[in-house]
Design a binder for this molecule. Structure first.
Ligand code: C5P
Length: 216
């Protein structure tokens, strides 16, 4: 792996970008940051202190306290936290603080894989590899349902679908750093793809960029 390899992965909720990001990071021996956890950490702090989700002053304070080394994926996995995260994520000052931390992570020697909503467009616009991972809302809702059932839970499929659609709208419709593919992103529609096939497609894109770099 060439030094300073940054891989930016963006996409909507439940598109599979997180799983793909982890697998790519393992395979290429790169550090990995799921940037969604940083927004979730802010939301979690507001919820646990009983502060309203539109309280910008407290959200900013919470964003400053986010420590990338202390992000507890398990504690931040609740559905309510994800939904709340998309509400605090509309605040420009919260984004600015978290984006600074994410950029510092991306700049580490050896490079990194970051996944989120605005990595290719805002956080790492110069990343040599940008992937935009997507799938239809129905497929994403079905995957989420299987996930919940796989962990012994149950949920209403229609509710999951409307949750996903609501979060898509909020993430794609906000004024600051809306979710959209960077102009130079490779699109990966995984609606009809297994995670294995998506991983193979991503590897072939990354290996192509690496080969070009080595020839240059
Ligand atoms: O990816 P995840 O579902 O954990 O993200 C939770 C929320 O955080 C998203 O719905 C989005 O509003 C916000 N987010 C963001 N920018 C990122 C990552 C996540 O706005 N880079």
């Amino acid at each position: 792996m060439t030094s300073s390899m940054t891989i930016a992965i963006d996409g909507p909720a439940a598109s599979g970008k997180g799983t793909l990001g982890r697998r790519i990071a393992d395979y290429y021996h790169l550090a990995h940051l799921d940037t969604g956890l940083t927004y979730r950490a802010v939301a979690h702090m507001l919820i646990s202190k009983g502060w309203p989700l539109d309280d910008a002053a407290h959200a900013i304070e919470a964003a400053r306290l986010v420590d990338l080394g202390q992000l507890d994926k398990h504690a931040l996995s609740a559905h309510a936290v994800a939904d709340a995260a998309s509400k605090v994520a509309v605040m420009p000052e919260v984004r600015r603080i978290l984006v600074d931390k994410q950029r510092a992570f991306a700049a580490q020697p050896g490079g990194a894989v970051l996944d989120g909503r605005d990595i290719g467009t805002v956080v790492c616009p110069d990343a040599p590899v940008k992937l935009y991972v997507t799938a239809s809302a129905e497929v994403r809702a079905m995957r989420r349902l299987r996930d919940i059932e796989g962990r012994g839970g149950s949920a209403d499929p229609a509710e999951i679908l409307s949750d996903i659609q609501r979060r898509d709208e909020r993430d794609m419709g906000r004024a600051d750093s809306p979710l959209k593919p960077a102009a130079d992103a490779h699109l990966l529609d995984t609606s009809e793809m297994s995670i294995e096939a998506a991983f193979r497609a991503a590897r072939s894109i990354i290996d192509g960029v690496l080969a070009e770099r080595n020839e240059a």
